[in-house]
Write a protein that binds this ligand. Structure first.
Ligand SMILES: Nc1ncnc2c1ncn2[C@@H]1O[C@H](COP(=O)(O)OP(=O)(O)OP(=O)(O)O)[C@@H](O)[C@H]1O
Length: 223
């Protein structure tokens, strides 16, 4: 199980400050929800933790390793080999079948096609998607597509799963089902989770909630 941490992260987009010294420490195997008003810096903090953006000041650590000092290529290898991602709109590759989408992180990690597909397939049963393996994303409901995206985020057993509004495009019942599956699967494979959400019911599924305001993590709520 792996820890992820931001220490005093500062980041501006041009003149717009997005993070003004944001610190958050997520323990190995912990599920943390990042809440806060629109524009407060939640996604920017998630992107810094995930090595997508590099803060102008401050430090990011994954499993005790400094992330923000890695170069672009090193960060992209780190993301590929250690992190999983789920976004608001599943962002499945439309040309690929559902099972090929799930297998994608394994293929990018160098697995052979047959091995990757056979690791991808059990996820369909596990997430209630049996029979949909050969569908393309245009032939899936929003909830089904998001479960495929969740399987893709977890298939390579990442150290950390980053989820940015994973239920934001779903109705509340479907969102609840996706969250239940996310939490159960992450716990089962001991994946640490950093989740951005506006939805208090989604955040309540986490072990702990942190609130971002004006680019700082300034309140802690224990679930
Ligand atoms: N690519 C960008 N270019 C310029 N400004 C940006 C960019 N991304 C974010 N910002 C600005 O940085 C600040 C923080 O944005 P961020 O997306 O992190 O907030 P958020 O809390 O995730 O918002 P929301 O809940 O609305 O998604 C905002 O003022 C936003 O306008």
């Amino acid at each position: 199980m792996k820890a992820i941490e931001a220490r005093d992260a500062v980041l501006s987009f041009g003149e717009t400050p997005a993070l003004r010294g944001a610190s958050v420490s997520v323990a190995p195997g912990e599920i943390v929800a990042i809440m806060g008003p629109s524009g407060s810096g939640k996604s920017t903090l998630l992107h810094c933790l995930a090595g997508i953006l590099v803060p102008g000041a401050g430090e990011i650590y994954y499993d005790g390793r400094r992330v923000d000092t890695l170069n672009e290529n090193e960060r992209s290898v780190l993301r590929r080999d250690h992190f999983g991602f789920v976004f608001q709109f599943g962002q499945l590759v439309p040309e690929l079948t559902a099972e090929e989408n799930v297998a994608l992180p394994l293929l990018l990690g160098g697995a052979r096609r047959a091995a990757a597909l056979s690791e991808a397939r059990p996820w369909f049963e596990r997430l209630g998607l049996a029979g949909l393996e050969r569908r393309r994303s245009g032939e899936l409901s929003g909830g089904q597509a998001q479960r495929v995206a969740l399987a893709r985020g977890l298939v390579a057993r990442p150290g950390v799963l980053f989820a940015d509004e994973p239920t934001g495009a779903l109705d509340s019942l479907t969102g609840e089902q996706v969250m239940d599956l996310l939490v159960a699967s992450a716990r089962e494979q001991e994946t640490t989770v950093v989740l951005v959400t506006h939805d208090a019911r989604v955040a309540a599924c986490a072990d702990r909630q942190v609130i971002v305001r004006d680019g700082k993590v300034n309140a802690l709520v224990h679930a």
